[in-house]
Design a protein around this ligand. Sequence first.
Ligand code: BJW
Ligand code: ZN
Length: 252
Amino acid sequence: MSTTAFSRNLLDRLLKADEVVAFTGAGVSAESGVPTFRGTDGIWSKFKPEELASMEAFMRNPALVWEWYAHRRAIIGDVRPNAGHEALARMEPLFSRFTVVTQNIDNLHRRAGSRRVHELHGNIERSYCMTCLKQAPGLDLPERGSIPRCACGGVIRPDVVWFGEMLPEEEWEASMAAAGRADVFFSIGTSAVVYPAASLPYAAKRSGAYLVEINPEPTPLTPTSDEYLQGPSGSILPELCELLVSSRGGKR
Ligand code: BJW
Ligand code: ZN
């Protein structure tokens, strides 16, 4: 049973839309059991970001940072995509182009079946050598207290984007382009405070997109959003997807 009141305007915009972007953050994976970063139960309530998610932190204590990523990889390996990820995957074929732009490193959008996914902050399943820059596929996670090394002798690091680091250029360019073309742009489960990713919804709106935010809590983006759907994405997205499928009928 649907509990969210979707506006006629949102439905009309979606029915007319060619291109839709879903920009996601840690909140979409919360209902799978992956901890978010900010907020009372978030990762940053126990650890300081600069102590774990920066090159300085890694250089200071690579074994500790690897231990943290090994712990998170174990959590992510044990969870499944939730109804929110699945609804986004079901929405993809309903539009000419539907792009997921995610800040998450957990791979859950792809595991749910989304195909056009841009990962802005990397992927926890990948690692690379800091010396020769080669990817280290199938890397066994290091024993507690040790650091994985490449055949060239270099130190291997997780392929994620830490504070002070540039975002992967191709993913960023493609995401900016998609934001610029979007008819409807969703910002889902993100506190919208980490830049440059957080600039995408504003860029989309400036280019004429209808901006919709889905989050149980308001964020700095909320006043700029055309519509704020307050609640968990694992409930709102399946309801929206169902409404869309039943309204489209045999349209596409
Ligand atoms: C639900 C829910 C449910 C709960 N359903 N929703 C001052 C001003 C502006 C910028 C800066 C500044 N000082 C420094 C900067 C730059 C910095 C930055 O933005 N800092 C700000 C935090 C101040 N940015 C960078 O450094 C970036 N690089 C860069 O700028 O390069 C240029 C440069 C080069 C050289 C020198 C300086 C600059 C890189 C940022 C990389 C971010 N990396 C991390 C870690 C990734 C790897 C890992 O996971 O380990 O990315 S940090 C962390 O935050 C992670 C996330 O992707 C990112 C965003 O977090 P997200 O997803 O929004 O999660 P939360 O927890 O914040 O929010 C969850 C939301 O879900 C909440 O709103 C909940 O309400 C909601 N929720 N349950 C729906 N069921
Ligand atoms: Zn190497």
